[in-house]
Write a protein that binds this ligand. Structure first.
Ligand SMILES: Cc1cc2nc3c(=O)[nH]c(=O)nc-3n(C[C@H](O)[C@H](O)[C@H](O)COP(=O)(O)OP(=O)(O)OC[C@H]3O[C@@H](n4cnc5c(N)ncnc54)[C@H](O)[C@@H]3O)c2cc1C
Length: 398
């Protein structure tokens, strides 16, 4: 069997490695050059995502890129502690959740896939995909056409393959938050707990920071506001965005105004979208994984982990049903849909807690403390982080 994977982000390279283990001949088509490794946001992969990496023997090669992260400490605007959110029980070897710089992880996974016999084509932008009864194909922006037995879109929230499967498929929904991220080097860590994300429900924005073992501090800010337009983006420099963020943080207790003032902005004004439910995940020889079918709000902290789980499950099912891709795609939908749609819905609720005017913003910090104590507990999150996608049990835990 030959497979074309569109997208060499987080899920694509892991799917390619899973397919190679079943002897499938795989090419990954990635529009950008990942070796331009500047900038980019950080994210945390929880044990469910890490175990998916381990299922294709990809965890050990990338673990040193990640920073151990044991939980999220949540504070109010005055610095009052509202609660702690766990990130799941560590793996049996003791590995806790790991926070990665997204482009570093993506580039390392792509290199690993290449080492394992996957053909990786960078700078290959797919503009359309189609499927006949016997094969599937994609067209690139230079008009090249490539064919294989299956095409799987791991091409993110604005997926071209999703549109080829169903031209009426939903597109991303704006969540009312604009995301900024950056890093501060050579500056005080302000007593931030090591290996813990500190989150602050500030008066004008939501902030997060993670001190790294080398002394740097990674931070982000979510500003509730209408989406940033292309014109506003073009007219605003990184320094102007940073000054704006310092101003947003100035009203709150905590280190954010200082950290942002001394730091570098790596992710500027990213409008936050999610994709709650995509009715058709496959058609004939075209399938999808990851954000292309279930992008959660970044507030869920699960998008990358779910893409990794998908990759392992899809790889196992295509290996098992190599002569009948439609059967593999149907089994994938049955195994995955309930779980991922529930996580996306949960992420949308967390996002709305960060926007003013919502119920969560007007309830007192005392009530939020009760929510963190009794509702958002480790036990209540266990169904997310204790899930294990496994090559041999592709439907496990669904
Ligand atoms: C600010 C921010 C914070 C986040 N924090 C977290 C977190 O803490 N934890 C977590 O688990 N998730 C987090 N996420 C979500 C996570 O980044 C995504 O869910 C995850 O990357 C999805 O993986 P994917 O492989 O499906 O898609 P992507 O990683 O988006 O990869 C898609 C790839 O396809 C390529 N591509 C797109 N179109 C084409 C085309 N036409 N032709 C060829 N290539 C194409 C893109 O260049 C890209 O490399 C966060 C996201 C953001 C934006």
């Amino acid at each position: 069997m030959r497979a074309l994977v569109v997208g060499g982000g987080i899920g694509g390279p892991v799917l390619a490695m899973a397919l190679r283990r079943s002897g499938i001949d795989v090419t990954v088509l990635e529009r950008s050059a990942f070796h331009a490794r500047d900038g980019g946001s950080w994210f945390t992969v929880t044990p469910n995502g890490l175990s998916a990496l381990a299922a294709v023997d990809a965890l050990d090669p990338v673990r040193t890129l990640g920073s151990s992260t044991t939980g999220n400490l949540v504070l109010g605007a005055t610095g009052r502690r509202l609660g702690v959110i766990g990130l799941g029980a560590p793996l049996p070897d003791g590995t806790p959740a790991l926070s990665f710089r997204r482009p570093d992880l993506a580039a390392a996974l792509l290199d690993l896939a290449r080492d394992r016999g996957v053909q990786v084509v960078e700078g290959a932008r797919v503009t359309s995909a189609s499927s006949g009864p016997d094969d599937a194909s994609v067209t690139l922006d230079d008009a090249t056409t490539l064919s294989a037995d299956v095409v799987i879109g791991a091409d993110g929230i604005h997926s071209v393959v999703r549109r080829a499967i169903d031209p009426t498929a939903p597109t991303g929904r704006y969540l009312g938050l604009v995301n900024f991220g950056g890093i501060t080097t050579g500056h005080a860590q302000h007593g931030l707990a090591p290996g813990v994300w500190t989150f602050v429900f500030g008066r004008r924005a939501f902030f997060g920071a993670l001190p790294l073992p080398d002394g740097r501090v990674v931070w982000f800010a979510n500003e509730p506001r209408p989406a940033v337009s292309a014109d506003e983006r073009a007219a605003t420099t990184p320094d102007e965005w940073r000054a704006h963020l310092v101003d947003l943080a100035a009203a709150d207790v905590g280190p954010f105004a200082d950290l942002i003032a001394a730091g570098r902005l790596d992710l500027a004004a990213d409008n936050t979208h999610d994709l709650p439910s995509v009715p058709r995940w496959h058609r004939a020889r075209l399938g999808l994984i990851g954000d292309a079918i279930h992008a959660p709000s970044p507030s869920s902290g699960q998008g990358a982990s779910m893409a990794l789980e998908d990759a392992v499950v899809m790889g196992a099912l295509l290996g098992r049903h190599a002569d009948d891709p439609a059967a593999a795609f149907s089994a994938f939908d049955a195994a995955r849909r309930r779980r991922v749609e529930k996580i996306v819905a949960m992420g949308a609720r967390s996002s709305s807690a960060k926007t003013p005017g919502s119920v969560q913003r007007v309830i007192s910090e005392a009530i939020m403390r009760l929510v963190f104590r009794y509702v958002v507990t480790d036990r209540a999150q266990e169904w997310i982080t204790a899930y294990r996608a496994d090559l041999d049990t592709a439907t496990a835990g669904s």
